[in-house]
Design a protein. Structure first.
Length: 534
């Protein structure tokens, strides 16, 4: 089935066997259920540990169990505590380090375990890898973190603003996927049908229950927007990478909800002197393991063979490979530019964008953001089918969206690295958010999003204040005849929760008020300069 879906998968080396329903005791005696996949041939093979809160059926069984066993690995696919038949109660982020260590202790007692261990997996399956890497067992020789999480708070919030649509999608996935495909599909359909009612409810608290049921951990997430709240203490595993010496491969996507965390992981690993590699494709969080699976699997397999089997023949020559938007091709580069040189683009009257710096700071343009008719989200890093690059034409026609567009390019402009915006903003109420996006406009006038970001304004009064908005990162070529566009608005709903204009939490308030947001001339779009030769 997999080879019919992905025709570029490598030929299998061995038939694979399956030993389901093994009981692994946690340190407190809780039974953790696992399935064992293995090559049906005599021999000494390394082991891959895959721990998941999403069950052990589709797609994990064929993609991680069978495929890797066919390539010569033992694979232990385990359900996290409280999911997929494992005992205990699922508390996201709280038990993964201890349960991972207990599983390694159990592996040491298995007759087929040869003492060489690797880990692999995406999303939360990446988080459990970082949990194990916080105190890596001596057997751990390689990690492959695909679109992996290390900081839950940063996944759910930007500058204290809730990623509303993604939070609801995660609530559905973590609650229902481990029960099987049918329960997950039913919950996803209920959420899709009721999404507008849920995301526009006032107050927001409890609005998801009708579609998803009671989810205590999600309620906790929604009520703790501050990263410094004790609720989040110990949940970020960013420091796991700081002293790590386990060779680690990272896979990300330009429209993945966890791209920024992947790039942070890479930077930490490089500073620690850890052997690491980075692959970033033209993917969303889900398409990376769908359309992108042949590339992701090949990258992962090559890394595991190199560091578990001593066979480096499949490794690429450079540390980093990125897909370049606009030219639709791959580039190998020596390193990821965490702090590249930038070029500044400035807004002008009549919606123009120029590299000529302004001589003053004056009000340039304004718009009215109304939470009763919030600016909608279009594409970008979402967990839904609407994620990724999308035509922004309808969005940019709205009165509450500013656009500034450069002239048609006479030569290509390449950018590689983090994008940001420095905005001088004033408001009439002191309560607003600002959403800023980079787009590529083709010769036919179609505007497509590349990357974006949001920040909460804390102006207090009508005095202009300056805010820097990180807009994630990209590798992109603006071709000859294309134009660079900078888009600015007051939000992107329901991707982000609405700013209701009152300064009160959307969980509990029923009041809202529109706000006028004014952009000043000394604002700037900061684009990283292009590629260095490899």
């Amino acid at each position: 089935m997999l080879r019919a879906t992905w025709r570029r998968l490598p030929a299998k080396l061995h038939d694979a066997g399956w030993e389901p329903g093994l009981v692994v005791p946690a340190a407190d005696g809780t039974p953790l259920i696992a399935d064992h996949y293995f090559p049906r041939v005599e021999g000494d093979f390394p082991t891959l540990l895959v721990r998941s809160p999403y069950g052990r059926g589709l797609p994990w069984s064929p993609m991680y169990g069978m495929l890797f066993a066919e390539q010569g690995f033992h694979v232990v696919l385990q359900s996290c505590r409280g999911t997929g038949g494992s005992g205990g109660e699922f508390g996201p982020w709280r038990d993964e380090a201890a349960d991972g260590q207990a599983t390694v202790s159990w592996l040491r007692e298995q007759p087929w375990f040869n003492g060489t261990l690797g880990t692999v997996g995406p999303s939360y399956l990446g988080y459990v890898q970082w949990a194990l890497a916080a105190d890596p067992p001596p057997e751990l020789k390689a990690m492959v973190v695909q679109m992996g999480l290390h900081d839950p708070c940063a996944f759910f919030y930007t500058d204290g603003v809730l990623h509303l649509e993604n939070a609801l999608a995660v609530g559905a996935g973590m609650t229902y996927q481990h029960q099987g495909i049918a329960p997950l599909l039913k919950a996803s359909l209920r959420l899709h049908r009721r999404l507008r009612d849920i995301t526009t409810a006032q107050p927001l608290r409890g609005a998801h229950v009708a579609a998803l049921g009671e989810i205590p951990w999600l309620d906790d997430v929604l009520t703790h927007p501050n990263a410094n709240d004790p609720y989040w203490h110990g949940t970020s595993l960013a420091k796991s990478a700081d002293g790590l010496k386990v060779p680690t491969s990272l896979v990300g996507g330009w429209h993945d909800v966890l791209l920024d965390q992947n790039l942070e992981q890479y930077g930490r690993l490089r500073r620690a002197g850890c052997e690491t590699a980075l692959l970033v494709g033209p993917w969303t969080h889900t398409s990376a393991v769908q359309q992108g699976w042949p590339e992701v699997f090949a990258e992962s397999l090559a890394w595991l063979r190199a560091h578990l089997n001593g066979d480096p023949s499949g490794l690429r020559p450079t540390r980093v490979r990125v897909h370049v938007g606009g030219e639709d091709g791959w580039r190998d580069i020596d390193d990821w530019p965490s702090a590249p040189a930038v070029t500044s683009w400035f807004p002008l009257a009549q919606g123009r964008l120029t590299q000529q710096a302004p001589t003053d700071s004056a009000a340039l343009a304004s718009f009215r953001y109304d939470p009763a008719d919030p600016t909608p989200s279009v594409g970008g890093p979402l967990l839904s089918r609407t994620a990724g690059s999308r035509d922004n034409g309808t969005l940019e026609a709205r009165d509450d969206v500013l656009t500034f567009t450069g002239p048609p390019l006479t030569e290509p402009v390449d950018i590689l690295g983090p994008v940001s915006a420095r905005l001088t903003i004033s408001t009439d109420t002191g309560h607003a958010d600002v959403f800023t996006r980079l787009c590529d406009v083709d010769p036919q006038g179609r505007s497509v999003n590349i990357c974006d970001g949001l920040a909460r304004l804390r102006t207090g009064d009508q005095t202009p204040s300056q805010v820097t908005v990180p807009m994630s990162a990209t590798a992109h070529r603006f071709a000859v005849g294309h134009r660079i566009r900078w888009q600015i608005s007051g939000g992107a709903h329901p991707r982000y929760v609405r700013n209701l204009g009152t300064g009160q939490s959307p969980l509990d308030t029923t009041a809202s008020a529109p706000v006028r947001i004014t952009l000043h001339t000394d604002s700037a779009l900061l684009l990283p300069r292009g590629f260095e030769p490899t």
